[in-house]
Design a protein around this ligand. Structure first.
Ligand code: 3PG
Length: 401
């Protein structure tokens, strides 16, 4: 159900469930991508003459108020981006929220405090979630679900609220779904998936789902060392999931059988320690312990030859999905691999999708703009679960099969 299905919204109160779970440092927002991504829906509702009540979770507070996770900075930033101040309620369903919503006029926006300051939001008990959703429902005539990053969560404001009120997907959710569906259903070939990040175990579902669909899988990041260990290479003190070595072997065998090119790093930057100013040397995968740091060395980035190999594979593809950094990109010396991959995506003539909070944040930190990619998903876990083919509660409740 899309926004249009809600009919004439003039004068109506619309609750928009957003994902404003943005990174903060000392109370300041360091990446406002998720707030910007909510603007098309909020602006469309304002243009339609609605009164917009919005809220989100931020972080994982423990079901009670916690100033470190307040949405106050988000409300301020949203006001700046909209070019008009937004009202902020200092609680979610209490007196402040009630007064704020009651005072709201057509064309105005109110942000209610962090939904997870209320135990009912994430409760495992259906009745508790339902009771909290009933309280939220008091504030609106209809509900718009636009927090794509949270559609994989069965939580009160995502699921039960959408059951109670007439509800529809916002523009962000509808767009995310349409792009991710293309990755599953009609990808143009060659189709390449680039996976990084620290753990193989986080990516099992997505590898299972995509291995039969793609032409190439490029593996970098910390998870690559489990694959290199599976190939029999000594990897020093690099990250490894010993219990996933057999899984990595199985994936490599399956890729071979299915004619999928599964590429692992051919070289790595091996560092003396895990720090921004660690000494490091590039080493081929056959001899990762051959640097001065020997068996104590840690692989903190793919090497330049791997970067070039991956970039070439990406640029010659028609569909690319990338999830997970290639190295410890937060340390400038170990950002080269992630940069090479991001740059190659921007040079690809085809559909390029950056999935996941970490990869999007990495690309932005390294100076890339979202517009340089085909699509930058606002969902980390949600985009992966979508591509795993899982049923997502927040989409099911809106009538998605
Ligand atoms: C995310 O950052 O992936 C979403 O905002 C969901 O957050 P959660 O994992 O705390 O539910």
């Amino acid at each position: 159900r899309t926004l249009e299905s809600l009919g004439d919204l003039a004068g109506k109160r619309v609750f928009v469930r957003c994902d404003f779970n943005v990174p903060l440092s000392d109370g300041a927002i360091t990446d406002d991508g998720r707030i910007r991504a909510a603007l098309p829906t909020i602006s469309a509702l304002l243009a339609a003459g609605a009164k917009v009540v919005t809220s989100s979770h931020l972080g994982r507070p423990k079901g009670e108020p916690d100033a470190a996770y307040s949405l106050a900075p988000v409300a301020a930033r949203l006001g700046e981006l909209l070019g008009s101040p937004v009202a902020f309620a200092t609680d979610t369903v209490g007196a402040s929220a009630q007064e704020t919503v009651a005072a709201l006029e057509t064309g105005q926006v109110a942000v209610l405090e962090n939904l997870r300051f209320n135990a009912g939001e994430t409760s495992k008990d259906d009745a508790e979630r339902r009771a909290f959703a009933e309280q939220l429902a008091e504030f609106a005539d209809v509900m718009v679900s636009d927090g794509f990053g949270v559609v994989h969560r069965k939580q009160a404001s995502v699921y039960e609220l959408a059951e109670i009120l007439p509800s529809a997907a916002g523009k962000l959710v509808a767009h995310e779904v349409s792009v991710l569906e293309r990755l599953l259903e009609s990808p143009e070939e060659p189709y390449t998936v680039v996976l990084g990040g620290s753990k193989v175990s986080d990516k099992l579902g997505v590898i299972d789902s995509l291995l039969p669909r793609v032409n190439k899988i490029l593996i970098g990041g910390g998870m690559a060392y489990t694959f290199l260990a599976a190939r029999g290479h000594a990897i020093g003190k690099s990250l490894v999931e010993v219990d996933q070595i057999d899984t990595a072997k199985r994936y490599m065998a399956q890729a071979d059988e299915q004619g999928v090119d599964l590429l692992v790093p051919i070289d790595s930057l091996m560092a003396s320690s895990f720090s921004a100013d660690a000494e490091f040397e590039n080493a081929p995968s056959e001899d990762l312990e051959g640097t001065p740091y020997g068996a104590d060395a840690l692989g903190l980035d793919i090497g330049p030859a791997t970067g070039a190999l991956f970039a070439e594979a990406i640029r010659s593809s028609k569909t690319v999905f990338w999830n997970g950094p290639m190295g410890v990109f937060e340390f400038p010396n170990f950002a080269g691999g992630t940069k090479a991959v991001a740059e190659a995506l921007t040079q690809t003539d085809g559909l390029t999708v950056v999935g996941g909070g970490d990869s999007a944040a990495a690309a932005r930190t390294l100076g890339f703009a979202d517009e340089q990619f085909g699509h930058v998903s606002t969902g980390g876990g949600a985009s992966l679960e979508f591509l795993e083919g899982k049923k997502l509660p927040g989409l099911e409740v809106l009538g998605w099969a």
